[in-house]
Design a protein around this ligand. Structure first.
Ligand SMILES: [Fe+2]
Length: 401
């Protein structure tokens, strides 16, 4: 019997931050920090030591009493100094000053996000992308301020501007995924792409409840994880809210904390494999949308990270506006990728947009996008699809395995 669509999920409202930390980026993309003794240095690895506050012409360290003086060095960059002594490219005091950029940082300390993620299996980094990146992503998506424009189908999204690749290597979220999965060897399971959800028409097929790749519980897919994985975490999904996420505009619905159950969603909630059956919505209504589910509402530029075991489903966009988001499932290097990432990697590297990424960002993009065979001798050949074999070998009916 068809249920009633009540949209009574519990709303978890993540407000627009009133302030952000600043991060200080050297010419090669490494971040300036200060250790507990007040010694400045540059590093790639994220920690609370890399967080600063801008106070007029000064930078105050978030953890120590270190204060840096800023003076304009070149367009968009600053010379930093301590007691009149400039900082060099390694963040040390010395005669050869080096320019630094001040960039939009997170609302909270990295360790605070990690604690929330570890304790709850999810975390939201509110509006953690800069306004410039958000604007560029909305421009690719043709949503929000660009709703009257048409998407550029002539080239891959990743090459349309540098914002998508810069979002993929956003340092705090990638660090959180590494920490949560307990390995530095993580990959993007698929290429980053912006998805646009159009307003619901009341009839279309909608996604049912499921767990994401590689678990794929609730989904009719081959290769899903057959048993609970316990402390071994095989995926962290990262949803980037390109548009504002509200329940009315189709924000993702979750059963927050369900990762800890280590099994898939209940059949009676309307799982994905059933929701795709013809006529399912007309006969059964929407998947479960009652008060035992949760919807995270968050401002544009937010990143929602969750253990991919967490039960969730796409929201229902009841507004009259399109809503854009990016999904970026991150998996340990030992998991087979969800799709071939080499095409987008190669296209970006060969595009002029690639030069807008600094050295750290280029290196991180390669680490995340290039899958390799692993073995005792270390990473080996790059893994990609074999087009000829793909074309010539027919797919095997899964039921005949
Ligand atoms: Fe999903």
């Amino acid at each position: 019997m068809k249920g009633v669509d009540i949209f009574e999920e519990r709303t978890v409202c993540v407000p627009q931050p009133t302030s952000h930390y600043a991060m200080v980026v050297g010419v090669d993309g490494r971040f300036l920090g200060s250790d507990d003794d007040g010694e400045t240095y540059v590093a790639e690895t994220i920690s609370d030591n890399l967080m600063w506050r801008v106070r007029g012409e000064r930078l105050e360290h978030a953890q120590t009493s270190v204060v840096l003086e800023m003076s304009t060095a070149e367009a968009g960059r600053f010379q930093l100094s301590v007691d009149g002594i400039p900082l060099d490219a390694d963040g040390r005091r010395g005669p050869n000053g080096s320019p630094y950029s001040i960039v939009h940082g997170p609302e909270r300390l990295p360790s605070e996000y990690l604690q929330h993620l570890t304790e709850n299996g999810w975390v939201c980094l509110a509006a953690t992308l800069s306004p410039e990146i958000i604007d560029s992503l909305q421009r690719i998506a043709c949503t929000d301020g660009y709703a009257d424009q048409s998407p550029d189908r002539s080239q891959r999204q990743i090459c349309q501007n540098s914002a998508l690749a810069k979002t993929a290597v956003e340092p705090i979220s990638v660090w959180l995924a590494r920490q949560y999965m307990q390995t530095d060897d993580i990959r993007l399971a698929h290429s980053p792409g912006i998805g646009v959800m159009t307003p619901d028409d009341g009839q279309r097929v909608v996604q049912g409840w499921h767990s994401d790749y590689p678990y794929h519980w609730g989904i009719n897919a081959a290769g899903k994880v057959p048993t609970p994985s316990g402390k071994t975490v095989m995926g962290v999904q990262r949803i980037v809210c390109v548009s504002e996420f509200t329940k009315y505009r189709g924000a993702t619905a979750f059963k927050l904390g369900s990762h800890a159950l280590d099994h898939g969603p209940p059949e009676e909630w309307g799982v994905a494999r059933d929701a795709y059956q013809p006529g399912h919505r007309a006969a059964n209504g929407l998947p479960y949308n009652g008060p035992d589910a949760d919807v995270i509402e968050a401002p544009p530029g937010s990143m929602i990270l969750f253990d991919t075991r967490t039960w969730h489903r796409a929201g229902i966009n009841r507004s009259d506006q399109n809503r854009a988001a990016i999904l970026m499932d991150m998996t340990p290097a030992y998991i087979v990728p969800y799709s071939d990432t080499t095409g987008d990697y190669r296209a970006l590297v060969e595009n002029a947009v690639y030069d807008e990424l600094n050295e750290r960002e280029q290196h991180e993009f390669q680490r995340l996008m290039i899958h390799r065979f692993l073995g005792p001798a270390g990473p080996q050949s790059v893994i990609g699809t074999d087009q000829e074999l793909t074309a010539n070998i027919p797919l095997t009916d899964r039921t005949s395995y």
